[in-house]
Ligand binder design. Structure first.
Ligand SMILES: [Zn+2]
Length: 342
């Protein structure tokens, strides 16, 4: 959430997302993992162990090598109470940079690895539908602190697999259930899980009104948090940037999920008219309030402001609490999102 600090939420640990992903991926016959725009599709057997950390590069450029396994250090021990991350299929380096993405059609509900976190965990996008009108939903940008956004998207993906006709003809829906995978995995249900493994708030790291420091009196300030050394300093935010540049990717609307303000924020400062129209439509479908209360927090480096600057109507949707998934509410909201026309 973007509002002032609150007491840490009740700790409730859930392994449902990773367990679900592991089951899903096993069921996908391991043949449909798309590693990068420059990697050929290939069958890749799931690895049996937790993803190993990969040293993060400080480079601020598109880094296909981030997807390369390369030599890896041994996995560092995870906190004992933390469910092990999923044994995701490991992306495989492409023998030729000229190999194309274009896995046409991308099977319904199949995952693609679009990057890796500071600690080397895969960042995964799932695709539903193959239409040219593409929409993107991102959860867990605030990681373990807002773990219920990840659990919600996991639940919505299960429903989509049972109800594929919900995706209108001509539409593709991409769901990135957890962007801050390290914060989600290492600190689920904890305030500290908001930041990535370098203490950076990913929703302050995009190049839109970015500031190294900001006045926090009216903002979330439960813990010290960084905007990063510079915009796109973090591999997680770069993964989003790079995904939007994949061949064939033309996202036309975006939702970023947060908790827990029971409201919707429209991207842009001042708010972008198309983003406002989207927010109003989603507010009608969900009962989440719009416009949000102005709490006097300067919003810097936000995903939705950057998306609007890329010409993509974008909104933050804030769940009601830090514990509830609001599944029924967001099943309605999802259908409104899919049917909305920019
Ligand atoms: Zn948030």
């Amino acid at each position: 959430m973007n509002s002032p600090g609150q007491a840490p939420p009740r700790v409730r640990r859930r392994g449902a997302f990773w367990a679900g992903m592991a089951a899903l991926l096993a069921g996908l016959a391991a043949g449909w993992v798309l590693a990068s725009p420059h990697s050929a599709r290939r069958a890749t057997p799931p690895q049996g162990s937790a993803p190993a950390p990969v040293a993060a590069s400080p480079a601020d450029t598109p880094r296909p090598e981030a997807l390369s396994p390369g030599p890896r250090p041994s996995p560092s021990p995870l906190p004992s109470q933390t469910p092990l991350p999923t044994p995701l299929p490991s992306p495989t380096p492409s023998p030729s940079p000229a190999a194309t993405l274009t896995p046409t059609p991308w099977p319904f509900g199949a995952p693609a690895v679009i990057g890796r976190t500071v600690e080397g965990r895969p960042i995964v996008v799932f695709r539903f539908g193959n239409g040219p009108d593409q929409r993107l939903i991102i959860g867990g940008i605030h990681g373990g602190y807002e773990w219920n956004t990840v659990a919600l998207l996991d639940a919505l993906m299960r429903r989509l697999r049972l109800n594929p006709a919900v995706i209108p003809p001509g539409v593709s829906l991409f769901i990135l259930p957890v962007l801050n995978v390290d914060g989600y995995t290492d600190h689920r249900g904890e305030t500290y899980g908001r930041a990535n493994a370098r203490g950076v708030d990913l929703n302050r790291n995009f190049p839109a009104f970015w500031q190294a420091e900001w006045e926090k009196t009216h903002c979330w300030h439960a813990l010290p948090i960084s905007a990063g050394a510079r915009p796109f300093s973090e591999p997680e935010t770069r993964a989003v940037r790079d995904f939007l540049q994949w061949p064939g990717i033309h996202i036309r609307a975006l939702i970023s999920y947060h908790s827990a303000a029971h409201t919707i924020f429209a991207g842009g400062q001042p708010p972008d008219p198309a983003a406002v129209a989207l927010a109003e439509r989603l507010a009608r479908a969900s009962g989440y309030t719009f416009p949000p209360k102005d709490i006097g927090c300067p919003y810097t480096g936000q995903l939705i402001d950057w998306a609007v600057a890329q010409g993509i109507p974008a909104v933050d949707v804030e769940l009601t609490t830090h514990d509830d998934l609001d599944v029924e509410i967001n099943w309605r909201l999802l259908q409104a999102f899919l049917q909305w026309r920019p």
